[in-house]
Design a protein around this ligand. Structure first.
Ligand SMILES: CC(C)[C@H](C(=O)O)[C@@H](O)C(=O)O
Ligand code: SF4
Length: 473
C-alpha cells in the first residue's frame, strides 16, 4: 500500500513513536510573531530554559503594528509593548527577527515563502492558524497554541496525533477572471465551513497544477476556514521555480540534492485517503460572502438568501447573520453598497494580487463615498509594487498605500472598519467583529474588491471594462 504525501512527511519527522501515545514530531521551521509569543517566552524564562534551535525559528511583527507611521511611540501603547517584548526576547534567545526597520518584514505567512524558508517536505508551525498557507509548497504546516509555541521553542518537537486525510480532486478549468479565492470560497460554500474538521486536505488536479504559487497559497491559506488542520499540495516544477534563488533556498549542490528529494513528494497512486471529494471548477463564478462565516457565500450575480430557503445553516443562524450584516433577503449582491475596501492580508496581499487589483483600477477613481486601503503583505512586496508603479495606480484611484502588516484583516491594530460600516475585503474571515466592533465584512478576490471600490457596490468582474490590460512589465 502506497503512502499519501501527508504520511510521507509525517513518517520522515517521527522522533519517537509509542503505542497508544501521540508521536513525537520534529519541527523544521518555527515562525513566531508578537501576539502569540510573549507568554511562551515568559514560560521559558520561568523554567530557566533556552531555545533549542534558534536558527530554525524566525520572528516577524505583523498583527498589532500600525501600517501608516511605524515609528515609536505607537498610538496603541499595548501594541508597542508587544513589539518591544518580541525584540527583547529575540535578542535574548538569539532568534532572527525581521523588525519594523527591516526591508524583509511582513505578514508571517507572506515572508517565509518569499525568503525561501518555506520548503517542500518540511514540518512548519506557527502560533497562528493561517500557517496552513505554507502547505502550497508541500510543507506540512499548521497553527499551534501558545503553550505549544513554548514547547517547540524549548524542544523543537511536538507531540501529535495524526489527522485523517481528505483528497479534494479538482477537475475542469477556471473561467477567465475567476481566481483561486473564488474557488476556495465556492468550495467552502458548497460543503460548509466545518466539512474538513479533523482532516489534513490534499488539493489535487489540473486546476491546481495550472495555478501560480501565489494562487495556490490563497487556497491553502483558507483550509482553516474549511475546518481543516492543514492543507497540502504536491510540489511540482512551479514550486521549484518559485523557490529557486530565494535568499534562504538551498544553493549549488544542496539545491540539486533537495530537488531530487522533493520530486518524490506526492501521494502514491495506490495510497488511500480517508475521504475523497470531486469538485468541478468550471462553473465557479466570482464569489461574495453575505454572512458571518466564509461558507455563507454566493455568486456576485446571486442574491442575499432567505432564512427559509437556505440549506446548510439553521434558520436562526441565517437570520442572525442577516441581522448582523444589515441585509434583507432577495437583495441582489450587485446592489449592496459598501463603505470600505481592504486589499491585503495573508490571503491576498502578494504581488500578483496587487497587480490584479491595479489592472482593474488603472484609469479609474474610487467611488466618492468610500475609503479604501491597499496593504502589501511584506515590505518586499511593497518595494516590488512600487518598482512596477502599482502604488501610483492605487493613489490615483484615491486609495491609501500602506506599509505591510495584517492591518484591517482583524481589529487588532489602528486599521479597522467602523460600526455598521460595510467592507469589501480580500481577507479570509468575516466573523462578527472581526474587522472592528459591529463591522460588516464581505470576503472577495482582489479584482472584485478593486471593482467594488470604483463602483461603490459589488460588481461582477467578468463585466469590467479594463482601461489598460497590462500595468506591469
Ligand atoms: C492572532 C492570531 C492568533 C490569529 C490566528 O491564529 O489566526 C490571527 O492571525 C487570525 O487570523 O485570526
Ligand atoms: S493577515 Fe489576517 S489572517 Fe493573516 S495572519 Fe494576519 S490576522 Fe491572521
Amino acid at each position: 500500500m502506497g503512502k499519501t504525501l501527508y504520511e510521507k512527511i509525517w513518517d520522515r519527522h517521527v522522533v519517537e513513536s509509542r503505542e497508544n501515545e501521540p508521536d513525537l514530531i520534529y519541527i523544521d521551521l518555527h515562525l513566531i510573531h508578537e501576539v502569540t509569543s510573549p507568554q511562551a517566552f515568559d514560560g521559558l524564562k520561568k523554567e530557566n530554559r533556552t531555545v533549542r534551535r534558534p536558527e530554525l525559528t524566525l520572528a516577524t511583527m505583523d498583527h498589532s503594528i500600525p501600517t501608516e507611521n511605524r515609528e515609536f511611540p505607537f498610538q496603541d501603547p499595548g501594541a508597542q509593548l508587544q513589539v518591544e517584548a518580541l525584540e527583547k526576547n529575540c535578542k535574548e534567545f538569539h532568534i532572527p527577527l525581521f523588525n519594523l526597520g527591516s526591508d524583509r518584514q511582513g505578514i508571517v505567512h507572506v515572508i517565509a515563502p518569499e525568503q525561501g524558508l518555506t520548503l517542500p517536505g518540511q514540518t512548519m508551525v506557527c502560533g497562528d492558524s493561517h500557517a496552513s498557507t505554507h502547505g502550497a509548497f508541500g510543507a506540512l504546516a499548521f497553527g499551534i497554541g501558545t503553550s505549544e509555541v513554548e514547547h517547540v521553542l524549548a524542544t523543537q518537537c511536538l507531540q501529535l496525533v495524526p489527522s485523517k486525510t481528505l483528497a479534494i480532486q479538482f477537475t475542469g478549468e477556471l473561467s477567465p477572471g475567476i481566481t483561486s479565492k473564488d474557488l476556495i470560497l465556492a468550495l467552502i460554500g458548497a460543503y460548509g465551513n466545518d466539512f474538513a474538521t479533523g482532516y489534513v486536505i490534499e488539493y489535487r488536479g489540473d486546476p491546481i497544477e495550472a495555478m501560480s504559487m501565489e494562487q495556490r497559497m490563497t487556497i491553502c491559506n483558507m483550509s482553516i476556514e474549511f475546518g481543516a488542520r492543514a492543507g497540502l499540495m504536491a510540489p511540482d516544477q512551479a514550486t521549484f521555480d518559485y523557490i529557486k534563488d530565494k535568499p534562504f533556498a538551498p544553493k549549488g549542490s544542496d539545491w540539486e540534492t533537495a530537488l531530487e528529494d522533493w520530486r518524490g513528494l506526492y501521494s502514491d497512486e495506490e495510497a488511500g485517503f480517508d475521504k475523497v471529494i470531486h469538485f468541478d471548477v468550471t462553473q465557479v463564478s466570482p464569489q461574495v460572502t453575505w454572512g458571518t462565516n466564509p461558507g455563507q457565500v454566493v455568486s456576485v450575480k446571486g442574491e442575499v438568501p432567505s432564512p427559509e430557503a437556505y440549506s446548510g445553516f439553521s434558520r436562526s443562524n441565517v437570520e442572525n447573520a442577516l441581522d448582523y450584516m444589515g441585509l434583507k433577503p432577495a437583495t441582489k449582491m450587485e446592489d449592496i453598497s459598501i463603505d470600505v475596501v481592504f486589499i491585503g492580508s495573508c490571503t491576498n496581499s502578494r504581488i500578483e494580487d496587487l497587480r490584479e487589483a491595479a489592472r482593474v483600477l488603472k484609469g479609474y477613481e474610487k467611488s466618492p463615498n468610500l475609503r479604501g486601503i491597499v496593504v502589501p503583505g511584506s515590505q518586499q512586496v511593497k518595494a516590488q509594487a512600487e518598482a512596477e508603479g502599482l502604488h501610483h495606480i492605487f493613489l490615483e484611484a484615491g486609495l491609501e498605500w500602506r506599509n505591510s502588516g495584517c492591518s484591517m484583516c482583524l481589529g487588532m491594530n489602528d486599521d479597522f472598519v467602523g460600526p455598521n460600516e460595510r467592507c469589501a475585503s480580500t481577507s479570509n474571515r468575516n466573523f462578527e467583529g472581526r474587522q472592528g466592533e459591529n463591522a460588516r465584512t464581505h470576503l472577495v478576490s482582489p479584482a472584485m474588491a478593486a471593482a467594488a471600490a470604483v463602483k461603490g457596490h459589488f460588481y461582477d468582474i467578468r463585466d469590467w471594462e479594463y482601461k489598460l490590460q497590462e500595468v506591469h512589465s
